[in-house]
Ligand binder design. Sequence first.
Ligand code: PFF
Length: 476
Amino acid sequence: MAGNTAAPTGARWSSKAAFVLAATGSAVGLGNLWRFPTEAGSNGGGAFVLFYVLFVVLIAAPLLLAESLIGRHGQRSTIASAVYLARQSGASPAWSLLAVIGLIANTAILTFYCVVAGWVVYFIGTSAADVFGAVSSGTPLAGAYAGDSVAQIQQLMPALFADPVLLVGLQLAFVAVTTWIVARGVKGGIEVAATWLMPAFFFLLIGITVYAAITGDFAAAVAFLFTPDFERALQPGVLSSALGQAFFSLSLGGGAMIAYGAYASRDTNLGQTSGMIAFADTSVAIIAGLAIFPIVFSVGMEPNAGPTLMFQTLPAAFHSMPGGAIVGLLFFVLALFAALTSSVSLLEISVGWVTEKFGTSRVKASIWIGVLVFLVGVVSALSFNVWADHRPIPFIPGFENAGWFDAIDGVTGKLLLPLSGLVTAIFIGWVADRQLVNAETGLSGGGLKVWRFLIAWLCPLAVAAILIIGLFPQLL
Ligand code: PFF
């Protein structure tokens, strides 16, 4: 490769399919299961979902291709890959700003991601105890939490929130496992989890959705998710939430797709794989929505219940399901793996950078960053109890009432990820060497033209507009 002087990593996924699976593993996670329903529910349903899907197709999928080609071309950590492409294009290395913003955003996302993953671990614990109870009382195929009412099941989350030590302990456990996998090197562990567990998870989720559709209020769920209320779309926050969700869910803006693209082989058609990853990820989000909202409406919950929505609805479905105790346990275990294949990609960005930049060993870099992520994450965990009344950023419009958890989630999702995406779109659409970029896409003819239009025009203009509207809602 001309001008490729600094040593590329040389690491490769073991097959083309492995790249797609690993990238899909990064994309599919708590963002689909937990954040999508939470955001859809809090932003009125249909209008949010419509814009989310539009943004995935028109903005996020083209950016996914842009990020993965930066990585595949550079074959280095995210910042170094961006610097490399800038240099080869005769442009300033300052364009690597896109990856610097991303690194900060992803490390910040990981801090609260581990808190939510801790909730999943909690439900693995309660489900396991439940299965144990069912088996020892000779009713292994009982529904989950057989002796309890739905109202009691819904108290599991508030009970967890009331116990800061448990909350932080579970978060610590998840940070530790993520750190351990990244310390050992992402490739091996991730490939196995992504190849076997993700497909298993997908089929289980479809089964749960069918069950929820039959027993819950499916019609109300479909009406809620797919009937857009355009008045609602113009309310402050809906557009920026939908864009933020598209970025978050596809692991964009933080550099994860640059990092994973770096391990993709030269004969991987990135145009094709980007489409596949975006399609798979969006399908999982919609399917998760169709599993959760029928239960929301049948048990009489408010769709805007916030971050606990998933954890207060699915256990209620497992409750009425024959064999629900076991299905519930299986679901949360697989959800944990889905979370791990994402959290690992979040941590990998900063670990990859530190090892490359400072020559630190992978193990040391993982541990130090893992400790930092844990400590910052404690702030988010405590915002559900002891620090519930902290309002850290009341001066940013839209965040007046946000506690620590919502503030870190909101600032990263609604501001930092789109900002990094904006710089990426301008860099790839206008600055980077055209021939070089085109050759990396694997696209040709009309496909290439459409993509170039989206990345050079639509992505920057739309993302800039939504960022501005998000910050100055009075403009709308
Ligand atoms: N896409 C992941 C999810 O939906 O759970 C979260 C995530 C992973 C965001 C990696 C950003 C990232 F770089």
